[in-house]
Design a protein around this ligand. Structure first.
Ligand SMILES: Nc1nc2c(ncn2[C@@H]2O[C@H](COP(=O)(O)OP(=O)(O)OP(=O)(O)O)[C@@H](O)[C@H]2O)c(=O)[nH]1
Ligand SMILES: [Mg+2]
Length: 649
């Protein structure tokens, strides 16, 4: 199956899932089973499914053919090169290709000067006025190509300006990227980041392609390392057959892709430019053997199984697609890479979506189920009581009435405990948000920032950074303590209400901040590696660079805390809501039981009518439970691994 087919099948699966979840939501509303909380969660779930994106990043040293490969895999239909690809450094800034239907097709370019300020690229994305917007005509390949050539633009600035913008200048020896020319100026990229918004069929389905410039540019933009690459669902690492694995290829591999071990899914290595081996004086077999040898050697150096290295010719693949030359296309081996890519990419992405949908949807549906079941249980109890009253005299009816009244009084005493729990619960929740709060983190960030500005030695810089992490971690640890306390309390309360009043509560949902601890580990490990490489005495630009890195790290930590806060809020609601629903439900049932018996007490002849009435309510309830099973079953069916196998309609 080609990438396009598989993506189409995935999109189809996703929209079926959305449709079924929507149906479930409508069903809840129609049956008056919906509450603000469930509705909110289902809405968020649907929103996420709608916005769901698939990120593929292309990473390599410059001139390995990243842009050419993107052209060949995704844009051959245009009949020409869309992304600029040429010898030497071509793509000068990270370039995202995506489609957002709310915006006109255009190229958005963030000036490199923004690097002098502390804001990260994603922060700048919130301020469109900072970007240069170039509208594009998507119907003309020439116009597109012309517009996209902006990503190759450079400019010449003074060395001071270059350093201020965070470019490390070389001394002219070796292969330093940024060097002072004879005119006393340094050539640097004109743009910091480019976003290309255009309605390609694959991009419309949520695919986001990230084209990156070579090594030094990756290193200089911490956001790439810390967030864009780790969040990509697939990374294609490209080598060129004519250069083999060079030291700088290896550095990129180790620093940005190879980490995390082979457990990481969606890592694909491409050995490009195999057409360089197509020597007319050699037999096909000899050429293939030569290519196979190169694959073996690349795999060995990168410490990967050979099947993860794909030899291709991007350029011949592009030409073959444009000219409709099937033989050449096969020889370019591009189709094999495409098949592997779709095989890796989409199932990995689907797993993530499936897991998160399952847990969200599961909780809401279980809660509704619990509600219906407790209604049914209450109803059956009432029916039982009334059936027993058949043929009994007024005295017995009075006795029954007394019994229900006693139940009601007992429950109301229980309610006092429930109110007490609610007040403790809100105190504990406040404590939790006190530790996890963003205000404290903002304060800590500011403190660290000023400590770094005043720092004169690497040592002081590392200490400031270390302190930042240990205090963030401490905040998480304190929060975990509060979570444990809330959990214990709710555990006890759930049990009490289940045993004493027959509420159907199950077990309170569990919650842990472990993933945020892990996120801090990851960021700190990255910081340490980075600081170690700058161990030597501080020069001004190194200090500036370190501060910039810190700003990005601080943004990432803040984001982790924001997510932790959101998760905690959701959890607190999820743990309290079933209690609230069931308590309310139980109160209503007790009232109904009492009223029912009261009426019978007043006129015993209504007993049979009342029983008949309740039996019909029972039937309705059973029908509702069946209907719920059906709606939930459809969503569950889509979430089963074997059912979720993608099939093209
Ligand atoms: N022979 C051959 N040349 C290729 C192939 N793929 C790319 N090239 C050439 O290699 C050069 C670099 O290609 P680009 O696509 O610009 O490489 P890149 O990795 O995007 O490079 P930067 O944007 O500078 O980071 C261009 O001249 C391409 O024509 C291929 O499969 N075979
Ligand atoms: Mg390029």
């Amino acid at each position: 199956m080609t990438l396009a087919h598989q993506l189409a099948a995935y999109t189809e699966w996703r929209s079926r899932l959305s449709a079924n979840i929507s149906q479930f939501r409508t069903w809840l509303v129609d049956n008056e089973l919906s509450d603000a909380q469930s509705d909110l969660r289902l809405n968020q779930l649907l929103e996420r499914l709608r916005e769901d994106r698939l990120n593929v990043a292309f990473v390599a040293e410059f001139s390995r053919g990243k842009s050419e490969l993107i052209n060949a895999i995704f844009f051959a239909d245009y009949g020409n090169r869309i992304l600029p690809s040429s010898a030497g450094r071509t793509t000068m800034c990270p370039t995202e290709l995506l489609y957002d239907p709310d915006k006109a097709p255009r190229i958005e370019l963030l000036p490199i000067q923004t690097r002098a300020a502390n804001g990260s690229v994603s922060e700048y994305k919130r301020y469109p006025e900072e970007w240069l917007m170039v509208p594009v005509d998507v119907d003309s390949a020439d116009v597109m190509h012309e517009a996209l050539s902006h990503v190759s633009e450079t400019m010449r600035v003074t060395p001071q300006e270059a350093e201020r913008l965070g470019f490390e200048l070389g001394d002219g020896a070796g292969s330093d990227l940024y060097r002072v020319g004879t005119d006393g100026l340094v050539e640097i990229p004109r743009w910091r980041h480019a976003v290309i918004n255009f309605p390609h069929p694959l991009l419309k389905q949520g695919l986001v392609i990230l084209d990156t410039p070579g090594l030094n540019a990756i290193g200089a933009e911490p956001e790439l390392t810390l967030s864009l690459l780790p969040n990509a669902h697939a990374i294609l690492f490209i080598l060129a057959a004519d250069t083999g694995v060079t030291q700088s290829d290896l550095n990129i591999w180790k620093e940005h892709i190879g980490d995390g071990g082979s457990a990481r899914r969606g890592r694909v290595v491409v050995l490009n430019k195999i057409d360089g081996q197509w020597d007319e004086l050699k037999t096909r077999t000899a050429i293939d053997a030569e290519i196979a040898r190169q694959v073996t050697s690349c795999a060995a150096i990168l410490d990967l199984p050979e099947r993860q290295v794909f030899p291709v010719s991007a350029q011949k693949g592009l030409v073959a697609k444009i000219n409709g030359d099937a033989a050449l296309l096969e020889r370019s081996r591009l189709p094999i890479l495409e098949a592997a890519l779709s095989g890796e990419l989409i199932p990995a992405k689907q797993d993530i979506v499936r897991d998160s949908t399952e847990s969200e949807f599961g909780e809401v549906s279980l809660r509704v189920r619990g509600l219906l079941e407790s209604r049914l249980a209450g109803l059956r109890e009432q029916l039982g009581e009334l059936t027993e009253l058949r043929g009994k005299n007024k005295g017995v009816v009075e006795y029954m009435m007394g019994k229900v009244r006693a139940d009601k009084v007992e429950f109301e005493t229980g309610l006092q405990r429930y109110y007490a729990v609610r007040s403790v619960f809100s105190t504990l929740s406040n404590n939790l948000f006190g530790h996890l709060g963003l205000d404290a983190l903002r304060h800590l960030t500011q403190e660290t920032r000023s400590a770094m500005v005043e720092a004169n030695f690497s040592r002081t810089l590392s200490d400031a950074m270390g302190n930042f992490f240990s205090r963030s971690r401490y905040a998480l640890a304190r929060s975990t303590g509060e979570i444990g306390e809330i959990q214990n309390m709710m555990d006890a309360v759930y049990k009490k209400f289940t045993v004493e009043h027959g509420l159907k509560l199950g077990k309170p949902a569990a919650f842990s901040l472990l993933r945020y601890d892990k996120e801090l580990d990851r960021l700190e490990a990255w910081c340490n590696t980075h600081l170690n490489t700058m161990r030597s005495l501080l020069t001004l630009d190194k200090k500036n660079l370190t501060q910039k890195f810190f700003e990005e790290v601080a943004v990432q930590v803040r984001r982790a805390f924001e997510r932790a806060n959101k998760d905690a809020e959701t959890w607190l609601r999820a743990i309290m809501a079933p209690m609230e629903t069931q308590v309310r439900e139980h109160q209503i049932q007790l009232k109904r039981r009492l009223e029912s018996i009261k009426r019978i007490h007043q006129a015993t002849d209504t007993l049979e009518d009342r029983i008949a009435e309740l039996e019909s309510v029972e039937k309705d309830l059973l029908r509702q439970i069946n209907a719920l099973e059906a709606v939930v079953g459809r969503v569950r069916g889509l979430l089963l691994p074997q059912q979720a196998q993608l099939q093209v309609a």
